[in-house]
Design a protein around this ligand. Sequence first.
Ligand code: ATP
Ligand code: MG
Length: 571
Amino acid sequence: MSADKIQKTARIYALQNAVQFNGKASSKAVVGKVIAALQKDGFSPKEIIPIVNSVTAEINKISLDKQIRELEKLAPELLKKEKKERDFSLPALPGAEKGKVVTRFPPEPNGYLHIGHAKAVIVDYEYAKKYDGKFILRFDDTNPENAQLDFYDAQKEDLRWLGIEWDEEYRTSDNLEKHYKLAEQLIKQDNAYVCQCSPEDIKHGRYHGKECTCCGTGCGDNLTLWKQILNSSLDDAILRLRGDMTCDNTAMRDPTLFRIIDKPHPIHGDKYRVWPTYDFAGAVEDSLSGVTHPFRTKEYELRDECYFKLLDSLKLRKPHLMEFARLSIEGMPVSKRKIKPLIENGSVSGYDDIRLPTLRGLKKRGILPDAIKQFVLEQGISKVESSVTFGLVEAANRKIIDPNAKRYFFVRDPIKLIVENAPDMTKKINLHPGNKELGSRTIKTGKTFFIQESDIKELKVGDVFRLKDLYNIKITEKKKDILAEYDSDKLIPNSAKIQWTTDKHIKMNVLVPHPLFVKDKYNKDSLETVNGFAEEAVSNLKTGEIIQFERFGFVRIENVENKIIGFFTHK
Ligand code: ATP
Ligand code: MG
């Protein structure tokens, strides 16, 4: 009886696993499932394993078709589950209550947003939505050396393009007076002190876990010194948290909370010169603005201790700090710090260069916001740091654009083809084989065509091939031009189908992006220009349309004063 039950359960899971993996089940995987399913009934792995092994071997002998049919009979719900799209919904947040979740996205207005920011903001925004909560856009603009006026609006524009809406927007720099008060509180409680050591000495002290003499200053004196910093009678000083200079976590070795930056701020001009660090501003703002679940990238992990110590000392509410891995993409710089120098030294043309993962670069290339969202949700909020390929973004994008992208002919590196006895024709060709709603275009053909040289490289005189969607021709001569004659209309199985344009074509360049970095080195061949002829109908396309050049790839069109340029999206 018991063997029977194991047998039945094993058969179902072996079938499911086989169907999932192209007809071959792995007994190891099946064993795990069967043990999990039967554990509560008191079966031991010792009883289960030999039965699963023999059942799996049996299942692996039958065809995938039969496996599917049997599974359909025994456990149709398992089959359906496999057919269903993977569920990419975000996992539940710890301690989250409907209507009470508050998230925030805190960009520094010091550059254009990239796909890494998209990951952060989509996660923040989607969680707020999932819990009917609130989503805050907060500009972390407390470093006047970095913040730049243009970027506040540019970042908002890019977020809107992504489909993000925020319930509240504010600038951290507007809260500086509040920050100063909290700093004073810390000093009065003797949780912070003014340090006048040189940056080198501070670094040295932190490295060796040694306190400096400023650490011994009493709180009354610290308060006087702090006021002097604020009123500009003291320079070269910082405010430090009393952490623990011997702590294994070096982030706790009396971290800096405030420093002097004598640079005009894009919003506040010269009004302030004492600015909070990320450690201070990030923690305080998350708490004061009511954020319940702030997300940070894993690289801040060591700073979490400081985040909580600060809030503890200030007796402020502590949010549920969340972490996910920073997004990295092979061959692409997913960081403002890395992108900036590329623009400054001319390695790329600007923030919207199609080789960059900036939202502007991706948009120009033809990547849709929904594809970015799909990609981000597929990645989820794992903490495992890894580098993914851009192919994942492309796959998500392809799924969205393929059913709706009009298809046209594009001939790269064209050569002339004369079909000597060609009939004059007016041919209507559908713009999409599956989506009839996209309509058709009409092409007039005569004797002259252009085709791609590499397409007929392997063909010899006497070979017959098909001008795609037109008719078959036979090669009569291969010289600089190709000569041919009309052969027949009917599709010939297995004969080559070749794209073409007529003498009424437009000259067109398509810019094709390749990885910017290969083995961490700048790839000087990262931008390729493909020259070719596109069929005439392409000249009527508008800026922003994403089409498919058959057998070439998807291309986003820009039509500037009737000059058409293409940006290669992906295959
Ligand atoms: P960068 O190196 O691009 O300047 P940053 O973290 O300094 O990155 P911010 O403007 O401070 O840029 O980032 C705003 C938010 O976006 C932060 O919460 C940050 O963690 C997140 N973020 C930035 N880059 C990435 C990335 N590559 N992957 C995931 N999240 C990111
Ligand atoms: Mg930053």
